[in-house]
Design a protein around this ligand. Sequence first.
Ligand code: ADP
Length: 221
Amino acid sequence: MASGLAHELNQPLSAISTYCQAGLRIVDTFDDKPEKLVHALEHASIQSQRAGEIIRRMRRFTGKGAVRRKPVNINQVIKNVLGFIETELNRKQIKLELELAEELPAAIADEIQIEQVILNLLHNAIEAMFSTSDNMRLLRVSSRRSAADTLQVTVKDSGPGMDAATLDRIFDTFFTTRKNGMGLGLAISRSIVEAHGGKLWAESTAGSGATFHFTVSTTAT
Ligand code: ADP
């Protein structure tokens, strides 16, 4: 449904943006420009682009069609995702500690979706650490077997962490504390994990980093 909705909304949103731009061009030909109208058109255009960006992000998460679950090597997925962001970690001087348990059974999951969840957690961790001037930026990623049929992935950062009130809301749709944030990443990640029969949660205290955990089953749910 999300994917269909995103598809349907994309076109009218582009049209709004195009009409605003056209309006701005017309106003631009006036000798005496009505500033309030220019301001309104500019902001309508910015907001429609913002809505478009929200939808594009949503589609990136959900747009891969039907969920395809198969046995997945979770450690390999973690390594793949770390491969995507390796240069970013180096550039931002983030030290990576990897603690992957050996000989884990395969998870039964949609690999692309789990990849998106891990990537989102890593991006959040990087952003959080980059927001502080602290030189010691440490990212720890681990995997382990947390129950007979459950694997647990943990992403821990040395960023500023969160106070209890923030921690309470981070999984709410559109909750963000970031200037250019959308507040969708964690909400969507949690729904992906829960659709797989797992759990996604966070632990943090202000000033001492944040830790996110999610579980995924090794049996079909
Ligand atoms: P966005 O990244 O667009 O803000 P998310 O849903 O991914 O959306 O995150 C919601 C909020 O959760 C962030 O704005 C931030 O306040 C908080 N958050 C997420 N990850 C971390 C983290 N690793 N450290 C501190 N705060 C975090």
